[in-house]
Design a protein around this ligand. Structure first.
Ligand code: AMP
Ligand code: GLY
Length: 425
């Protein structure tokens, strides 16, 4: 099969690595890809949100399967565009992607399906939002309703801060059009866990558990990022919690999607918070998590292409996925300037060294995110630069191996959390 993978982050590098291992994959195209992925397939310089160009590429190249990594092309209707050309693709349609791309819609679905979530309200008008915040006395979470690369959520300790954030999002438009509608929610407390499932329109297949570290700073200090590291399995995801999550979240979600006539095929990612009142769903994403995908791909032994085809062909009930029982840890190496400020200015273009030595260490795999080649040298090219992953016999051993590899790598301004995989249970 000729496969086209869309995306350019470390999540996509991890997916490319697994796709390439499949005997079904005879050729891999990647748009736009990165230098890490260039070792696995042919990178084509088309942005991941250029729906028309990607569709044309898939047609011209007679691609058999398109795999979409990030949310933007899904929310822009890439799957729908490919369907009009009879090209099979892994990921939900535009309607399904609204679960992530429109937090107002996602809240509505959760309420309809009685999926436990934070109490919240949506606002299109800044004046109404401000009036609402002024009636509150507690901590709040203010969210841009649209897509903001995992950063459109601000946790505010009190209404004064919330007022500032409402103005930043709706007046200064720090998240662009994603913030033209906002959601204001009660702040929940508790550890977070990511629940990922394959969905074929009828059936869900829950993947091994994973947990990421969202905050930029150690001990979960500072603002939220896309994710600074992850580990799998997540000891907090007990069998009992897994069953509860399936019956209280995934099954009602599938029913609600069916009621809305949304034929969802692809990945669903529920971000859960384990509150004292039980697990609550913070959000749904319509794609693999980044960096959750990195640790899951480290552990997946089965053929990823087969699993994706089972989703597309509605045959998920016929597959069983095999996993490496060993835990995996992923440490994200980020650029200077990433994550701390709402209007961040990431430093790019600085040389990366030590990668080859790190990549040779046993049980270690390094996935590229924001990297580029300049004059034959590897340089940084984004916020989250590299995902350094390792497998170990225990979570602690996986951590040690990942950090031993991190030690070998450096670039000016490199920052990372030293506590990934700690405090896991
Ligand atoms: P979301 O994109 O809605 O999942 O939010 C991103 C992150 O913000 C979550 O993973 C949590 O860390 C945090 N967050 C979102 N909603 C809430 C909430 N209601 N209470 C506390 N933290 C939240
Ligand atoms: N790791 C969080 C996300 O992918 O949204």
């Amino acid at each position: 099969m000729k496969i086209l993978l869309v995306g350019s982050g470390a999540r996509e590098h991890a997916l490319a690595w697994k796709l390439r291992q499949s005997p079904l994959c005879t050729e891999l195209l990647i748009a736009p890809g990165n230098p890490g992925m260039a070792e696995l397939g042919r990178c084509v310089d088309i942005r991941s949100d250029a729906v028309a160009d990607l569709t044309r590429l898939a047609v011209d190249q007679a691609v058999d399967l398109v795999v979409v990594g990030p949310e933007d092309p899904l929310a822009l209707g890439l799957i729908d565009a490919l369907a009009t050309k009879n090209i099979r693709a892994f990921g939900p349609s535009l309607a399904g992607a609204q679960l992530e791309a429109d937090k107002t819609f996602s809240k509505k679905i959760m309420r309809e399906a009685l999926i436990p979530t934070a109490e919240g309200k949506s606002f299109k008008s800044m004046r109404d939002a401000i009036a609402y915040v002024e009636t509150r006395t507690d901590a709040m979470v203010v969210k841009a309703a649209g897509l903001a690369r995992g950063k459109g959520v601000v946790i505010c300790k009190d209404p004064v801060e919330a007022l500032d954030v409402v103005r930043d999002i709706m007046e200064k438009k720090i998240f662009g059009p994603a913030g033209s509608t906002i959601v204001i929610e009660e702040k929940l407390e508790g550890p977070e866990i990511s629940l990922l499932a394959l969905i074929d329109g009828h059936t869900a297949y829950i993947l091994e558990s994973a947990q990421d570290h969202k905050r930029i700073g150690e001990n979960d200090q500072g603002p939220n990022t896309g994710g600074m590291g992850a580990f799998s399995p997540a000891p907090r995801m007990t069998d009992e919690l897994g069953r509860k999550a399936e019956s209280e979240i995934i099954v009602p979600l599938l029913d609600a999607l069916a009621r809305h006539e949304i034929d969802y095929r692809g990945i669903i990612y529920a971000g859960l918070m384990l509150t004292p009142a039980g697990p609550k769903t913070l959000e749904f994403n319509c794609r693999f998590g980044d960096p959750e995908a990195q640790v899951l791909m480290m552990r997946l032994k089965s053929d990823l292409v087969e699993a994706m085809m089972a989703c597309i062909d509605r045959k998920l009930d016929q597959i069983t996925l095999e996993w490496d029982p060993r835990p995996a840890v992923c440490v994200v190496l980020a650029s200077s300037g990433y994550g701390w400020e709402r209007d961040e200015k990431v430093v790019k273009g600085v040389p990366i060294s030590g990668l080859q030595e790190a990549a040779m260490m046993p049980d270690v795999k390094i996935f590229h995110g924001g990297t580029a080649m300049r004059d034959g040298k590897l340089v940084t090219n984004g916020g989250r630069v590299l995902s350094v992953c390792a497998l170990g016999d225990t979570l602690d051993q996986a951590r040690q191996k990942a950090y031993a590899a991190v030690e070998k790598i450096s670039f000016p301004g490199m920052q990372y959390r030293r506590d990934i995989g700690k405090n896991s249970g």
